[in-house]
Design a protein around this ligand. Structure first.
Ligand code: CU
Length: 307
């Protein structure tokens, strides 16, 4: 099953919107034990909680899902679980998440004119009658808003969309997955793609969209999933290009790197029957847990990422 460019597949775009609206509805997909909140809100919370879990707690840089090697496998896992819920909501076992190729929009005279932002596409979610933010960050955990508010965005006010050439350069030049000290100062593909080094690839897209996308609760904006699907596509392309570059750190690394080593369990709010680890996330086409036959995916193209 194929994950496609959202601007090239009208059916995937419509299904994504329908599925997201269903998961957001507490009547249809309730978050167990949280009256008035939905499964969608649970994903928002999961992402926030991952950022509050510093690994190890003696520093304030690397957390369970960011500024460290697990950034890519953790977000792949997060998307997979969300995609699974979308399939249930849509009653469509063939559904796969679409992606937002922001490097294509970077080439436009004004990326805000991209059809992505049309009312029939992602522009829809800024309509207060369609979408309300219910959970926001707090010092400890999340705060549930007593009065939900509309989604906030300010596209183009800050940051920039990465260009095709910038993405290709990172794919070509970063031949190691990651490197000590395995945080936001590291060399290697993960940190350049995450964007703490180099042109800021993943991070700067969050900044360019602005508003809720810049917060630890960034999945409040459904654009999060399209953005991270493209990040996942770039990781997939890199693995194809450098198939012999191992995921690091290995399990023998110090336990100050817990949550990021090859066989550590990725931080989760779901109780999994099989341990979900970076190793298990390395190939979305590989047979075996945690990818079931129903979960496997490939991308429509990686051609734009080759140089
Ligand atoms: Cu994230």
């Amino acid at each position: 099953m194929i994950r496609r460019n959202i601007l090239a597949d009208e059916a995937a775009r419509q299904q994504f919107i329908d599925g997201v609206l269903a998961l957001k509805d507490p009547a249809r997909f309730p978050w167990p034990g949280q009256q008035g909140l939905s499964i969608y809100d649970l994903f928002v919370s999961w992402h926030h909680q991952s950022m509050m879990l510093f690994t190890p707690p003696t520093q304030r840089d690397r957390n369970a899902a960011h500024s460290g090697p697990a950034f890519l496998p953790w977000h792949r896992y997060f998307l997979l679980r969300f995609e699974g819920y979308l399939r249930i909501a849509l009653g469509n076992p063939e559904f796969r998440l679409p992606y937002w190729d922001w490097a294509a929009d970077a080439a436009l005279a004004d990326p805000r004119q991209s059809p992505l932002w049309a009312d029939g596409a992602m522009g829809r979610f800024t309509a207060p009658a369609v979408w309300q933010v219910r959970v926001v960050p707090a010092e400890r955990g999340i705060t549930r808003l007593s009065r939900p508010r509309p989604l906030a965005r300010s596209p183009g006010r800050a940051g920039a969309l990465p260009t095709r050439e910038q993405v290709r350069a990172v794919l070509r030049d970063q031949v190691l997955y990651d490197a000590p000290p395995y945080n936001s100062t590291s060399n290697g593909f993960r940190n350049y793609l995450e964007g703490w080094e180099g042109p800021g690839i993943h991070n700067i897209v969050h900044v360019w969209v602005g508003g809720d996308m810049t917060d630890s609760t960034s999945p409040n904006d459904p654009l999060f999933f399209l953005h991270h699907c493209n990040v996942d596509r770039i990781w997939h392309a890199w693995r194809r290009r450098y198939p012999n570059a191992p995921y690091v750190p290995a399990q023998s690394a110090a336990n100050t790197l817990a949550f990021h080593r090859l066989d550590d369990a990725l931080y989760s709010v779901f109780r999994e029957t099989t341990r979900v680890t970076p190793r298990g996330m390395l190939d979305p086409l590989a047979p075996g847990a945690p990818f079931s036959a129903n979960d496997r995916y490939d991308y429509d193209t990686l051609a734009d990422l080759q140089a």
